[in-house]
Write a protein that binds this ligand. Structure first.
Ligand SMILES: Cc1ncc(COP(=O)(O)O)c(C=O)c1O
Length: 364
């Protein structure tokens, strides 16, 4: 199926699958309808059909917008004036933007010094009150949960089921475009809201017979923040993929459920492998995603090396956020590509001739 030019946002497109009051007003920034990009290179290399679902193309640059439009609409329908979330950055940015559109006050709690610059600047410019917590995401979420028992402020983290409802539309879009279910989904896992959502979406399409098979869900945590893989809470999670720096995932059980029901897997990849995948995506595929998103590809490389993926299968990698969110990671990765020369042609000629070994034109 072709992508649509008259797209109306995930609520209007999939309202029959969403538990919102159809007569109520909806907040949308026309999220969803993101590209499903076929990878000629990886497909050939691995003997698979590999696609990237590039969720960085959502309005605030991450998949969070799918769930945020739904939960913010629900909050407004329920008469809330203010919302709150804990965040590693993307939820905060999305919450801030949709709250701005919906005239809600928003409060976002972030782990001090641990969120990428782009996400912080988005949250600030959209008018959220950004509250830095001297602790990690898990500490921030604990506070948020307690605050919402004391004040009339709506909780918009993915423990709110309306977030899951919105995010499941990513699965619908994949099927609507491929016209069948893929065989595998590779997806980064932090709190586990997204893998839970995708699995719910595929099951709903299966139940109405829109698809006749279900994909295997392969979730990937970072080695320094892999509580589900290790089977125990990680007190001080660490990874350069800050969006998945989670030590006690809110949707732990749902992640296990998605993986077990689908006959999939939850596994981990090292920061080194995530960085390599991040660079492959940028240098070889022309796709700039954020480090956490690259855990999907690092996972595919690992699973493929182990011979776990059946040749000829269709695999969709969920690239959850845009690389511009985290410019520091990009410049650290690629500063070998940052060249300095003196302000004269001689320096430029030396560079092209001696370093790059570019051929001269015949006429010179
Ligand atoms: C870019 C990115 N990737 C992956 C994740 C993990 O998603 P989840 O917490 O739903 O597992 C997040 C969550 O913040 C994210 O921002």
């Amino acid at each position: 199926m072709k992508k649509r030019n008259d797209w109306k946002g995930v609520i209007n497109e999939y309202i029959d699958f969403l538990p919102l009051d159809k007569k109520g007003s909806f907040i949308t920034l026309l999220e969803g309808n993101t590209h499903l990009i076929f990878s000629e290179k990886l497909s050939k290399k691995f003997n698979l059909n590999v696609y990237y679902k590039f969720e960085g193309l959502n309005p605030t640059g991450s998949f969070k917008d799918r769930g945020m439009c739904v939960v913010i609409s629900k909050m407004i329908q329920d008469g809330y004036n203010a919302v709150i979330c804990a965040s590693t950055g993307n939820t905060a940015a999305s919450c801030a933007a949709y709250s701005a559109k919906g005239n809600l006050k928003s409060f976002v709690l972030i782990p001090e010094g641990k969120i990428a610059l782009g996400k912080l600047s988005q949250s600030i410019i959209h008018g959220a009150k950004v509250i830095e917590v001297k602790g990690n995401f898990d500490d921030a979420l604990k506070i948020v949960k307690e605050v919402t028992t004391l004040f009339k402020i709506g909780l918009v983290n993915s423990i709110n089921p309306f977030r899951i409802e919105g995010q499941k539309t990513g699965a619908f879009e994949i099927v609507d475009e491929l016209n069948e279910s893929p065989d595998y989904i590779f997806i980064p896992v932090g709190n586990g809201g997204n893998i839970t959502s995708y699995w719910k979406g595929f099951k709903e399409y299966f139940n109405i017979k829109r698809i006749d098979k279900l994909p295997k869900m392969y979730g990937w945590q970072a080695e320094g923040a892999a509580p589900i893989v290790l089977g125990k809470v990680v007190e001080n999670p660490e990874t350069f993929a800050t969006a998945i720096r989670i030590g006690n995932p809110a949707r732990w059980k749902d992640v296990l459920n998605a993986v077990q029901e689908s006959n999939g897997k939850i596994d981990m990849v090292s920061d080194e492998k995530i960085r390599e995948a991040y660079e492959i995506l940028a240098f070889e595929e022309g796709i700039f995603c954020e480090p956490s998103s690259a855990a999907s590809l690092a996972g595919l490389i690992k699973a493929n090396e182990r011979g776990e993926i059946k040749k000829g299968s269709t695999v969709v990698l969920i690239l959850t956020g845009h690389g511009l969110k985290d410019p520091d990671s990009a410049t650290k990765s690629s500063n070998k590509n940052l060249i300095k020369i003196d302000k004269n042609l001689k320096s430029a000629i030396e560079y092209f001739e001696e370093v790059e070994k570019v051929e001269r034109k015949n006429s010179y």
